[in-house]
Design a protein around this ligand. Structure first.
Ligand SMILES: NC(=O)c1ccc[n+]([C@@H]2O[C@H](COP(=O)([O-])OP(=O)(O)OC[C@H]3O[C@@H](n4cnc5c(N)ncnc54)[C@H](OP(=O)(O)O)[C@@H]3O)[C@@H](O)[C@H]2O)c1
Length: 332
């Protein structure tokens, strides 16, 4: 007999669910046992593609089926909250795509429900579990560039036909929630939560943010300059710098293959072997935490999820982006 395999349920059959489920096959101790979609046809098609035993036309049926230990949620952001809450209340662990919710208040509620039901909850911020990113931040912690003073990062992309959900307010559209969360997370990993943030944004007629620039200031004196957008093909790079040099991450900095350390010793390219698309690292981290009986994944901490969502709330408020549910009172 092999190792006991963790049973995964996949909720939604779109782009990211497909990528995640492909990568799950790289883990010997993981198996996708169920999938849920809004339509039975899509669930059946996805199940056939990945050899998944159970297919449901409703995520609630998947959660209640007893066929999974953990679900992965790959729906648009506004649907995350209700699905995650239902699973946590049923004692089914949750790995949910970023941003886990539209508001910090919703995420705080999910963390509380996870604690109440002693069930694991994690945001699928896959950049945090990428081996290159982990090596870079371990390097930074040694003081190789001195005390970090500046972070610069951008995440703007453009395609002639953008996926419809990115331009739909009802689906949590906009560059900030989809892309901006990455430069924000990079700066947060380097410098922590800022003392002050200022943001400007250009919105379209539907109130969707198409271009955003953020400036963060720290009491230490450090600053971060971050951008995101849906109208330009940016370098998509990130760096963290101090008096002794900088650590620079190339194009697609959120899942890099290497970074470059610039110091007085010169420029050194640091390669870290990676494989797959990069989503199995977060899945493996979830499974380690499950086996250790944790409700939180050390590399995907609740505090980071909550604080980034608070910063997203503040940024949206400054640039005027509103979503359904912004005024919901979850305390009642
Ligand atoms: N980590 C990453 O690299 C990464 C990359 C892209 C996106 N994401 C995140 O993943 C989430 C989904 O993004 P995606 O690009 O995979 O989107 P997508 O291709 O549009 O897929 C989303 C899926 O969600 C399901 N869904 C449930 N309710 C829906 C609704 N009201 N409208 C539309 N679809 C609905 C649909 O599956 P069914 O038809 O089967 O129900 C749909 O195929 C977002 O939160 C996004 O931020 C993460």
């Amino acid at each position: 007999m092999g190792v006991d395999r963790v049973r995964w349920g996949i909720v939604a059959t779109g782009n990211i669910s497909t990528s995640f489920t492909k990568d799950l096959r790289l883990l010997d101790d993981a198996v996708a046992t169920a999938v849920a979609s809004r339509s039975q046809d899509s669930a059946d098609r996805f199940a056939a593609e990945f050899g998944i035993e159970h297919a449901y036309d409703d995520y609630r049926r998947l959660i209640e089926s007893g066929t999974v230990d953990v679900i992965y949620i790959g729906t648009p952001h506004p649907q995350h909250y209700e699905i995650a809450r239902t699973a946590l209340q049923a004692g089914v662990a949750v790995l949910c795509e970023k941003p886990v919710t539209l508001t910090a208040k919703q995420a705080q509620d999910l963390v509380a429900v996870a604690a109440e039901h002693k069930t694991l909850f994690a945001e699928a911020m896959w950049m945090r579990t990428n081996p290159v990113i982990q090596a870079l931040f371990a390097d930074l912690a040694t003081g190789v560039v001195g005390e970090p003073q500046q972070v610069v990062a951008d995440f703007a992309f453009h395609k002639p036909a953008l996926p419809a959900r990115l331009l739909d307010p009802a689906l949590g559209g906009g560059s900030l929630m989809d892309g901006g969360i990455y430069p924000m997370t990079f700066a947060y990993m380097a410098l922590g939560r800022p003392a002050e943030l200022k943001a400007v944004g250009s919105l379209n007629a539907d109130g969707i943010d198409l271009n955003v620039a953020m400036a963060w200031r720290y009491d230490s004196g450090a600053v971060a300059a971050l951008t995101c957008g849906l109208k330009s093909q940016n370098p998509w790079v990130a760096s963290v710098s101090g008096p002794e040099g900088s650590l620079q991450v190339p194009h697609r900095f959120h899942h890099p293959e290497y970074y470059v350390r610039h110091t007085a010793a010169g420029a050194e390219r640091i390669d870290v072997p990676t494989h797959g698309l990069g989503y199995h690292y977060e899945a493996a981290a979830v499974m380690r935490a499950l086996r250790d009986g944790h409700i939180e994944v050390p590399s995907l901490p609740h505090t980071a999820t909550l604080e980034i969502l608070e910063l997203l709330d503040e940024t949206r408020s400054q640039i005027g982006v509103r979503y359904p549910g912004d005024d919901d009172d979850l305390t009642g």
